[in-house]
Design a protein around this ligand. Sequence first.
Ligand code: FES
Length: 200
Amino acid sequence: MWELFNGARRLKGVLPIEAMTFKVFCVETNRRNFCKSAAVAVIGGVAAAVPIGAGLTSFVQPLREGGAKEGQWIPVTALEALPAGDAPMKFLVVANKVDAWSKTPNVPVGAVYLIRNAKGDITALNVICPHAGGIIDYDAAEGCFLCPLHKSLFNADGSLKNAKSPSPRPMDTLQTEVRDGTVWVRFENFRVGVRQKIPA
Ligand code: FES
């Protein structure tokens, strides 16, 4: 994707090069008095380049919107695979991924812990640590979450276990829905290292 954006930038970067070409062309043709017609040609070329750039941007836009974009509702598991109880279970989040040149189906784009309590309410927690992006583990023996990178500890509901935790906020919760026996998660990543939960 960045390649394509950079390509768009390079396309914009063509304009000064066109101008340089124009200068050189003028010097060479002054002697033959063709500069006027050259100017018309180059200005026409510059004018044509602008819609090409705009066209490329509108071509890129749908690609950016394809695939596993942030905040996308994604089916994660069958409800029956998530027994009621308070023990979190980890699930991969899989979606179709689209880049500038290809579409790849069923690519893991993240992971979540799902917790289905005794009442049947489901909580989803992103596995990414809000401190610096480590992958949070669940310690079943201790009944809490632990990030191995800098030892942030979270309670089983994702709240901070220690007020002096390196993590500036609790684990990031995600919206869930049950549709026809399937658990869906509105998957999203958030900025790390900040107290507020801000989409990345
Ligand atoms: S990245 Fe998790 S504690 Fe630092």
